[in-house]
Design a protein around this ligand. Sequence first.
Ligand code: MG
Length: 473
Amino acid sequence: MRKSLVLVLLAVAIAAGGDIRSAGLQDPPPNVVIIFTDDQGYGDLGSYGHPTIRTPHLDRMAAEGQRWTSFYVADSVCTPSRAALLTGRLPVRSGMAGDTRRVLFPDSAGGLPASEITIARMLKARGYATTAIGKWHLGHLPQYLPTSHGFDSYYGVPYSNDMDATGTELPAGEPRRRIMNPRIDYWNVPLMRNGDILERPADQTTLTSRYTDEAIAFVKGNAERPFFLYLAHSMPHVPLFRSQEFEGRSARGLYGDVVEELDWHTGRLLDTLRELKLERRTLVVFTSDNGPWAVYDEQGGSAGPLRGAKAGSFEGGMRVPAIFWWPGTIQSAVVTGIGSTLDLLPTIAALAGVDLPPGRNLDGHDLGPVLRGSAPSPRQTMFFYRARALHAVRHGSFKAHFITRPDYGNEPPVEHEPPLLYNLDEDPSEKFNVAGRHPEVVAAIQQIAAEHRKSIEPVPSQLDARIPTGAAR
Ligand code: MG
C-alpha cells in the first residue's frame, strides 16, 4: 500500500514537473531584437528596389517575414527618432525635440528624461536580459546612458559618428571635405562600454563587425532566458567606413560597400539565432532611424521613389525600410498598411505580456495581429513633426502638409492654407497636389490635427541646454 502510494506520488510529481517544463517551453515570452541602421534610405535594399546594392540576407529575411512599405519613424533626424522608438511616444511629449537644435551634440547637457520608460525598462519587469549596442544619441552623460534606462549593458558610440571633429589636416570648419574624404582621426568619437571609454577615436572601419560580435555574444550568453537586444548601427551615417573585406565590393561605391557589410553581419546574427534554435522564439525587426542624408551626394543613400530626404517631412525623410522576421509566427507578406517605430513598444508589450507604461500618452498601436496575418494594420494616422511643429498628417491614403521647409538652412517655414494634399497610394512621390479635388479630405485631416494638438502637453526641450564651456564632458 505504502509502496504504491509512493509510486503514485512520484508519478504525479513527474507529471507536474513535466507540465511545468512543457508549459514553460510553449509559452516563454519571445526574445526581441531590434536592428536600427542610421540614415539608410527607403530605396537602399535589394528587396526595396535598389538596382545595384546587394542585400541577400535582408532580402531573405523579408521573404521569410514581412516587408512593410508604409512604415515611418516619428522624426526625420536621429535623436528624436530614437527616443520615439524606445518610448513609443512622439518626441514632442518627452522633450526630445528642440527648436534651436534638432539633435544632441557632445556639448549637450540634456538627454532622455528619467521619467521616460523605454522598451528595455518595460521588459525588465518580465525578467528579460537587455543590452544596447551601437549608437545611442539620447544623452552621453551618465544619467542618460542606456544603463540608466533599463539596459543591463551598453557597448557603442554614444552619439553620431561625425561629431567631435578633431583639428587634423583638414580644419574642423570644413565638415563637408572631411566627410567626403573620411579618415578615422578626423573624428574623436569614443567607443564606450557601459560608462567607460574603451577607445578614442573609435576605429570606425570595424564598428559594424564589432557591434555584431557583441550582439552575437549577448545572444549566446542569454540563450536560456528571454532577451532584448537593441542593435543600433552607426552606419551608414556619414562619415562612411567599412572593413577591409568590404572595400570595393559594391557597384554602388563606398555607400554600397557599407550597406552590403551591414547586410552580411545581419546574416551572421540571424544564423546565430538559427544555430541556437532560437529563431522560432525571437522577433527580429530591421529598420532605419530616418531617410538618406541627401546633402552628401553619392555618400548619402536613396529614398527610392519617395520625395525628400533626411531632415524633411516629405516621405523620403520619414518612410523607411522595415522588415519583421519570426519564423513560425509571422505570416510572410508584403504589408502596405501604415506602421511606425512608435508601434514597437505596444507590440512588444503585448507579445511579452507586460503592462504598458502607466500615466502617459502613448502614440503606438499593437501590430501583433498584422504580424500573425489575422488583421490589417490598426494604424490609420501618422503625424509628421519637425522639431516641435506639426508639419503634416497622413490619414489613410492621403497626406496633408500644413507647413513645408527646406531640409536644411535658415529659410523660414512656409504655411499652406489650404494644406498641400497628396494621395500616397496613387502618388507616393508627392508630386500632384489634389487639395482642390478633395476639400472633404482636407477638412477631415484638419480636424484630426486639431484634436491631436490638444493632447500635447508642453515640456521643456532636452536638446537646447549645453554643458558650460570648460566643464568636463
Ligand atoms: Mg539618422
